[in-house]
Design a protein around this ligand. Structure first.
Ligand code: FAD
Length: 421
C-alpha cells in the first residue's frame, strides 16, 4: 500500500445500502449497529460474531481481572441492545472467508454452515492476542474466556506469575496480581517497558513503578522456553512459575480474509470514510472499523487499531459517511488510556518513531506529562498525561484540531499551563 493521500469524503456518498452485514460482535461491531439505527437506517442489519457471548468491554479484563468475575456487558455499560437493534444476531459463528465480486457492491461472507450475501459488509473482527505456538502452556489475555482461565490459574493463594512482555496489558496485569499478593515477575526483551507505545526514553520512566508495586522487572531478558514449571531465559536463568502469561501484543484478526483484500501490516487499510482500500481505491460496500482496521489520516499517515476509543467512536463516523449524514469532515484523534501499577496514563495523538519527547514535570515527584514533536521545534504529534487529571483535558484539546499544533516548550512544566503558538 503506497503512502497515504487524503480525500474529502462527502463526494463519495451514494444511496444507502439495501442491507448491512457486520462481521464481529465486539465494541466496534455493536457501535456500528447502534449508529446505523441512530442515524435512521431502516434496512436489514445482520451480525456474525465468533465468540458465543454478547458484546462486552475488554479494558476491564486486565484492570479488574481479579475483582470482576463477570464480563462488563455492553448492554449494561453503554445501553447497547444488539438483539433489539439488529434483525439477526448469530453468536458463536465465525466468518471463514470473504469474496468480493467485481462490479457488485458488498461481498459474500462464508461461515461453516453457509454464506451471507450482503450489499454492504462492515469488517469489525478486532484483534487477537499474539500466541507463541512453542509455548502451549502459557496463557494470553484478550477475551472473557482468557480472563476466566487466568483468574482460575491465580486462584487459591499466592502464585508465582511470570508475565512475558512489559506492554500495556502486561503492566496492568502485573499490577493487579501483585496488589492481590501474588509473586510477579515481568520479563521484557527490550531495555524499557512500553517501548511500542511510548518509545524507550519515556517507557523507561515507568521502570520505578514496578519495584514500588512489588513486581520484579527483568529488562533486556529474552525468553527461550516456557514449560510447566516456569520460564527459561536466553542467559540460561530459570524463573519458576505456577502461571505464565504471554502479553506480547495483539494482531488484527484478518486471517479469515486470506487475500480477499490487501492488508497493511496485517490490518485492513481504510480511508477517512472507513472504506476498505483495494488496489485501485475504495471497494464499494466494504468497510472496516476498530482494531481490524488501519485508518488513513491527514495528520498521522496511518492510524493503527488497538485503541478502545477508535472502536467506540469510529463507527459513528463510518455510518455518517456511509449514509451521508451531517459530518464536520474531521477525524478522530488517537486516544489510549491505561491504569497500571497504581498510575493513570492518557495519551492523545500518535508519536512517530523519530519524534522527540519532552518531559514536563518531575517523574520522581508526582504527576508528569510528555509532548512529542517532529524534530525539536516541529508540530506536536502526541501528548501523554501521567497521574495529572488536569493535563488530560489539556492534551485532548491540544490535539483536537485539524492540524498538528505548535507550542512553545521553553520552561513548560505542564500541559494545562501551555500557551498555544
Ligand atoms: P474486539 O474487541 O477484538 O472485538 C472483535 C470481535 O470480533 C470479537 O468478539 C471476535 O471474537 C470477533 N471476531 C474475530 N474474528 C471473527 C470472525 N472471523 N468472524 C466473526 N467474528 C469474529 N484500549 C485502550 O484504549 N485502553 C485500555 O485500557 C485497553 N485495555 C485493554 C485491555 C485488554 C485486556 C484488551 C484485550 C484490550 C484493551 N484495549 C484497551 C483495547 C480495546 O479493548 C480494543 O481496542 C477494542 O476492544 C477494539 O474493539 P473491536 O470491536 O475493534 O475488537
Amino acid at each position: 500500500m503506497s503512502a497515504p493521500t487524503t480525500s474529502t469524503t462527502s463526494s463519495h456518498v451514494s444511496a444507502p445500502p439495501a442491507d448491512v452485514l457486520v462481521v464481529g460482535a465486539g465494541l466496534a461491531a455493536a457501535q456500528t449497529v447502534a449508529a446505523l439505527r441512530a442515524h435512521g437506517y431502516d434496512g436489514v442489519v445482520r451480525v456474525l460474531g465468533a465468540e458465543d457471548v454478547p458484546p462486552y468491554d475488554r479494558p476491564p479484563l486486565s484492570k479488574h481481572l481479579l475483582d470482576r468475575t463477570e464480563p462488563a456487558w455492553l448492554t449494561d455499560e453503554l445501553g447497547l441492545d444488539l438483539h433489539g437493534l439488529a434483525d439477526e444476531v448469530r453468536l458463536g459463528v465465525a466468518a471463514r472467508a470473504l469474496e468480493v465480486r467485481p462490479g457488485r457492491a458488498g461481498a459474500v461472507v462464508r461461515t461453516d454452515d453457509g454464506e451471507v450475501d450482503a450489499s454492504c459488509v462492515v469488517l469489525a473482527t478486532g484483534a487477537h492476542a499474539v500466541r507463541v505456538p512453542a509455548w502451549p502452556t502459557a496463557l494470553t489475555l484478550h477475551t472473557a474466556a482468557d480472563a476466566e482461565r487466568l483468574r482460575t490459574a491465580l486462584d487459591h493463594g499466592p502464585r508465582r506469575l511470570v508475565v512475558v512482555g512489559a506492554g500495556w496489558i502486561g503492566a496492568e496485569v502485573a499490577g493487579v496480581a501483585a496488589a492481590a499478593g501474588h509473586h510477579v515477575t515481568v520479563v521484557e526483551a527490550r531495555d524499557a517497558p512500553l517501548v511500542t507505545g511510548l518509545g524507550a526514553t519515556v517507557g523507561a520512566l515507568t521502570v520505578p513503578w514496578y519495584a514500588a508495586a512489588g513486581v520484579d522487572l527483568r529488562l533486556g531478558a529474552t525468553v527461550t522456553t516456557v514449560g510447566p514449571d516456569g520460564v527459561r531465559l536466553a542467559d540460561e536463568a530459570h524463573l519458576p512459575a505456577d502461571v505464565v502469561l504471554v502479553a506480547v501484543g495483539a494482531r488484527p484478526a484478518t486471517g479469515w480474509l486470506a487475500g480477499a483484500v490487501p492488508l497493511v501490516d496485517g490490518a485492513v487499510a481504510v480511508d477517512e470514510a472507513y472504506r476498505v482500500l483495494g488496489a485501485d481505491g475504495p471497494l464499494d460496500g466494504l468497510l472496516a472499523v476498530g482494531d481490524v482496521a488501519r485508518r488513513r489520516s491527514a495528520r498521522y499517515g496511518w492510524v493503527p487499531g488497538g485503541h478502545w476509543d477508535e472502536a467506540l467512536r469510529g463507527p459513528d463516523l463510518l455510518v455518517r459517511r456511509l449514509l451521508g449524514a451531517d459530518d464536520d469532515g474531521g477525524e478522530l484523534t488517537p486516544y489510549v488510556f491505561s491504569t497500571q501499577l497504581g498510575h493513570d496514563l492518557a495519551m492523545f495523538g500518535l508519536p512517530g518513531a523519530g519524534d522527540v519527547p519532552t518531559v514536563l514535570g518531575d517523574p520522581e515527584d508526582g504527576g508528569w506529562s510528555v509532548l512529542w514533536t517532529r524534530g525539536t521545534d516541529g508540530p506536536v504529534t502526541a501528548a501523554l498525561a501521567v497521574d495529572r487529571p488536569r493535563d488530560v483535558g489539556a492534551a485532548r484539546r491540544l490535539l483536537a484540531g485539524p492540524d498538528l499544533p505548535r507550542v512553545p516548550l521553553d520552561g513548560a512544566t505542564s500541559l494545562a499551563a501551555l500557551p498555544r503558538r
